[in-house]
Design a protein around this ligand. Structure first.
Ligand code: UN1
Length: 514
């Protein structure tokens, strides 16, 4: 599909071509008198739409409305909230083709990845629907006679959700739809590089709620870090801030929110490694590593950035990987056969080149790629050749996350050495081992193996299902989102002791003879 055709389709579906309001508080704010953001596709630089940014008054209006919405929403029984999430999921599924295309246009993803991202949001909505009847608390054996000890999970309040450009729909859904079923309202600050997807989603989900007679709870603030972002961090009305983005910004978020003793969920940088052992199925490993490193042009926090290969298969594996890299089609992600789309903007290309210059200065050897690519018909886009770099553990640049398709290749002799290289980075999001040897796989999954929040065997570091808890350790920030019991982060836990007897026995055998 060509960009113009995709734009027309999006225009027909969502009408985002003119000036759209970027502030939603149950109603859309006026656009007059606001700063205007121009949204361009990274595919060829064409203008997709313009957004009126939220100002100070809009901020107050939106956060105030989220407090009001919370009061009403959290009183709706959780199974009903779940049923509303099922309706949201059905609407997302019905609009998947157009929403996915919008993601592809705005974030530069291939068609299948754009569609996959909306499917991820549909999956989360279905999970939330089921959770509406499963927000279980514990009952705990009390040490005292005629006492019960229980836990309740109550809604927390309005939640601030700050997302990045690379998953403009899925990461929002992890937070917003799970928070919603728990009983929270939401204030979403999307990336200024992907606000149109956010506007389309905000219209869609609140439209579903309103059609069912429920209050709109998914508020939106498109705006700058200083006007909107900082205010959210400092705002006592928001007990929780969920932030996805860089380690540097995440550190700031953590400090500011901790300063007011608020809570955070942090999903920060990844620097994910894949170990390919001498007993790997090399064809499978090749596919897993290539997908992990090349999908979304290396702009996932789960992207494979380092491959650590056993010396016995290193030359063979690198030759095969080099072939895949040289053949990989870089280009318009809307066209069939494209594997690697554009980077999000020009500074991303500069970071790619800068990392390569620095890693070569410290002894890294570029095997293939390494330069920007001009794509005919997409001259205004930001394309680079996917790049393999041979490094050794003394190199420092591979310890950083660069949001680009650079894969650093290491050679190892013993599995302990592979684990040491693997765990040597400050981030700890996702990881993988490719092996057919049960012992190697289990050692990787043990406490002596991968130090990451996610550890996979014979599949990629990228492309997690929503059913598991998503998140990482170390500088990745420790947050968990999406599946498993991640919903608990959007709730407050109440521990309750009930004495149904006639005496007042005290815990720990303490006596208090009044
Ligand atoms: C991200 O890059 O921030 O696991 C999220 C994956 C996707 C989500 C990535 N399901 O690659």
């Amino acid at each position: 599909m060509d960009v113009g055709e995709a734009k027309d389709r999006i225009e027909a579906a969502f009408g985002l071509g003119e000036l759209s309001s970027g502030a939603y508080s149950g109603a859309w704010a006026a656009t007059a008198g606001r700063d205007v953001l121009e949204c361009r596709t990274p595919i060829d630089g064409r203008l997709l739409g313009r957004v009126a940014l939220a100002g100070e008054d809009d901020y107050q209006q939106v956060v105030g409305a989220s407090v009001q919405a919370f009061r009403e929403w959290h009183r709706i029984p959780a199974p009903e909230r779940g049923a509303l999430m099922a309706a949201v999921g059905a609407e997302l599924a019905a609009k998947k083709a157009d929403l996915g295309l919008l993601v592809s246009l705005e974030a530069g993803k291939t068609i299948t990845e754009g569609q996959g991202e909306i499917q991820e949001a549909v999956d989360v909505a279905r999970l939330a629907a089921g959770l509406g009847r499963q927000l279980y608390g514990l009952t705990i054996a009390s040490e005292r006679p005629d006492h019960s000890l229980r836990e309740y999970w109550h809604p927390l309040g309005p939640v601030g959700v700050v997302t990045a450009f690379n998953f403009p729909a899925a990461v929002w859904s992890w937070n917003a739809l799970l928070g919603a079923v728990v009983g929270d309202s939401m204030v979403w600050k999307p990336s200024s590089q992907a606000p149109l997807t956010a506007i389309a989603l905000t219209r869609l989900v609140n439209g579903v709620l309103q059609a069912q007679g429920a209050p709109p709870i998914f508020m939106l603030l498109v705006g700058g870090g200083r006007t909107v972002g900082e205010r959210l961090l400092e705002d006592h009305r928001l007990p929780l801030i969920s932030f996805t983005g860089s380690v540097a910004t995440g550190r700031h978020v953590a400090q500011v929110v901790a300063g007011r003793l608020g809570r955070t969920i942090l999903e920060l940088g990844g620097n994910n490694g894949a170990i390919v052992t001498a007993r790997a199925d090399l064809e499978l490993a090749l596919k897993g590593v290539a997908f992990g490193a090349l999908a979304t042009a290396g702009q996932r926090c789960t992207s494979t950035r380092r491959v650590i290969v056993h010396a016995g298969v290193y030359t063979d594996f690198l030759a095969r990987l080099g072939h895949v890299y040289r053949m990989a089609r870089v280009g318009n992600p809307l066209e069939d056969g494209t594997l690697v789309g554009p980077l999000i903007d020009r500074p991303a290309v500069a970071s790619f080149l800068d990392a390569l210059e620095r890693v070569q200065a410290e002894g890294g050897r570029v095997v293939c790629g390494g330069e920007p690519e001009t794509v005919p018909g997409c001259e205004g886009g930001h394309y680079v050749r996917p790049t393999l770099v041979e490094v050794d553990p003394t190199c420092r640049v591979p310890l950083e996350e660069t949001f680009a398709p650079i894969l650093y290749c290491y050679r190892y002799q013993s599995l302990d050495e592979a684990f040491a290289i693997h765990n040597s980075v400050p981030q700890g999001l996702s990881s993988a081992i490719f092996t057919t040897d049960l012992r190697e796989a289990e050692r990787f999954l043990s406490a002596q193996g991968s130090d990451c929040g996610m550890a996979n065997v014979n599949t990629s570091t990228a492309g997690a299902e929503i059913g598991g808890a998503f998140g990482g350790e170390k500088e990745t920030g420790g947050g968990r989102e999406s599946g498993s019991d991640a919903w608990k982060a959007y709730a407050r836990r109440v521990t309750s002791t009930v004495n149904y007897g006639y005496e007042l026995p005290l815990a720990q055998g303490v006596s208090f003879p009044v």
